[in-house]
Design a protein around this ligand. Structure first.
Ligand code: MN
Length: 386
């Protein structure tokens, strides 16, 4: 029998976190959720503690920590804030860290976990967008595995099992196109928060759902793919595939194309990341091809979805340009979600960030953090002046 893998989940109350716990619950003799963490959603975290009996949890504020302390006393280790996320990531008992945090916050815990030799199951794409180069070097020097959970990257990763990476001629990332695929660009400025949050195929958290509506999610994924699979921007293509059945493809030098297919269910890539290199049965729904009927594909409209174009621009610029792209996007999405800016201002703000903020090449982690903070301030000030 296999030994049990102890798993720390960063962001256990989010969509990926909940799906991860479902996967873990199917394989109690293989996986144990040993540390959990939540930002908001203390009630759900308590529910998860009851169900999964972790050794400890990390929460973002002292009030939540108090609630847990009163309830569990010394039977639960409690950690607080961003330091707490780092602490649970490096605990000696932890084998795998599932990073399902949202945004830039995912970077530092990933770095600490790699340094501590943990296997990383990565859902937080922003980690690679902002720190791709540093993370790649750390993975090599610490000889750890980083396995993608993002469905497109899991698809590519699965297509590449047994293949020599030097025989890849192109990666083809599929995109559902989001809720505004067929909406005329003139209508974009009046898009409501509710409309933007209504994704046709995937049920996800608010930030990534807005990113899917602007196609910035695909832009971030292009950058993520660049660092995971070491290919230049011109060899990473995006194709719209509204059915979200093919999760991505790899074209090889001989003209063969491999694709990974499945129903849109994040439990499939999560389970693969945890069981790799094995495959185990799952209770996820299977594709019924006869019912599916057809799969369609077409080119994304970069004039309509400017965020995708801006992501390619940031990747081609290199250095801290993706940090600027990401920080500007995080702030713009936050302000859109609070009703303070229009949907069309999201790409405008990102573009001015890329135009105005200085780019640093081969940045240290300190420079990356500095650029992130400066860009956030810049975008906030710009919104105030609007
Ligand atoms: Mn994805």
């Amino acid at each position: 029998m296999k030994s049990i893998k102890n798993i720390a989940i960063l962001g256990s109350t989010g969509s990926i976190g909940q799906n991860s716990l479902e996967v873990i619950s199917i394989f109690p003799d293989r996986f144990r959720a040993i540390y959990l963490s939540a930002n908001k959603g203390i009630d759900m975290l308590i529910q998860q503690v009851e169900n999964f009996k972790p050794k400890g949890v990390s929460v973002m504020d002292t009030d939540s920590a108090e609630i847990l302390k009163n309830r569990y006393g010394n039977s639960l280790e409690i950690f607080i804030g961003t330091d707490g996320l780092k602490e649970i990531s490096v605990k000696p008992e932890v084998d795998v860290v599932i990073n399902s945090l949202v945004g830039f916050a995912g970077l530092e815990p990933t770095i600490e976990a790699i340094k501590a030799g943990k296997t990383i199951a990565l859902a937080n794409k922003e980690t690679l967008v902002v720190g791709g180069e540093i993370i790649s070097h750390l993975i090599e020097s610490h000889k750890v595995s980083l396995i993608p959970i993002d469905s497109e990257h899991s698809a590519i990763f699965q297509c590449l099992v047994g293949e020599d990476y030097s025989t890849i001629s192109k990666l083809i990332l599929t995109a559902s196109g989001g809720p505004f695929l067929n909406l005329h660009k003139d209508k974009f400025k009046n898009v409501t928060i509710e409309e933007a949050l209504n994704h046709p195929n995937w049920k996800m958290g608010n930030k990534i759902t807005i990113d899917s509506a602007t196609l910035m999610n695909k832009g971030l994924e292009v950058i993520e793919a660049h660092y995971l699979f070491k290919l230049p921007a011109e060899k990473i293509e995006v194709v719209i595939h509204p059915q979200s059945i093919i999760h991505s493809m790899v074209e090889f030098v001989d003209g063969s194309v491999k694709a990974q297919l499945g129903v849109p269910d994040m439990k499939i890539p999560i389970q693969y990341a945890l069981t790799f290199p094995e495959r185990l049965p799952s209770n996820s729904e299977k594709i019924n091809f006869a019912n599916l009927g057809q799969m369609t594909f077409f080119k994304p409209d970069l004039e309509k979805f400017e965020c995708l174009k801006l992501a390619y621009r940031a990747l081609n610029t290199g250095g801290t340009a993706p940090v600027i792209l990401n920080a500007a996007n995080e702030i713009a999405v936050e302000y859109f979600l609070s009703g303070k800016i229009k949907f069309t201002q999201i790409p405008e703000l990102i573009e001015s960030g890329l135009d105005d903020q200085p780019v640093i090449h081969n940045p240290s982690i300190e420079r990356i953090i500095e650029t992130d903070i400066m860009t956030r301030d810049y975008v906030k000030q710009r919104i105030e002046r609007l």
